[in-house]
Write a protein that binds this ligand. Structure first.
Ligand SMILES: [Zn+2]
Length: 138
């Protein structure tokens, strides 16, 4: 394991959830996928877009009344926001972006100390098909 992978593994091991016992395996997969995505971003082959989730519905977000109240308060005060995250890959031929994975209704602070957005990016990177195949036929 090189230094870069070790660093990302430690991040995902600390911050991502996952099944106990499989947690290290999951964190390593997330770290690898995250680094692959970063390398593609560096080569302008992929991008991550964070956008406001305007369709978020707090109804059914949680069963816990206390969590719901706290979430509502933090959203109203602007302390938290709701965003969607989209991972896109660029077609090498026509340069169009194609969506490969997305997650919506992400409630978080999105500030400098917030580790959750990076965990989401790692999860989406591992879920997305990260290749550079041509998407168009013409
Ligand atoms: Zn194309």
């Amino acid at each position: 394991m090189n230094r870069e992978l070790r660093r990302e593994f430690q991040f995902f091991h600390e911050w991502s959830g996952g099944i106990v016992g499989e947690h290290a395996v999951g964190a390593l997969a997330l770290a690898r996928a995250y680094l692959k995505l970063q390398a593609m971003i560096d080569r302008d082959q992929a991008r991550v877009r964070w956008v406001q989730d305007e369709y978020f519905d707090l109804e059914g977000f949680t069963d816990d009344a206390l969590t719901e109240r706290k979430t509502r308060e933090n959203l109203q005060s602007g302390l938290w926001e709701v965003r969607g995250c989209i991972v896109e890959v660029r077609c090498p031929k026509c340069k169009q972006w194609e969506q490969r994975a997305s997650l919506w209704g992400i409630v978080s602070a999105f500030d400098q100390q917030d580790n959750y957005p990076k965990v989401v990016e790692g999860e989406l990177a591992s879920e997305a098909k990260l290749d550079t195949q041509e998407l168009c036929t013409d």
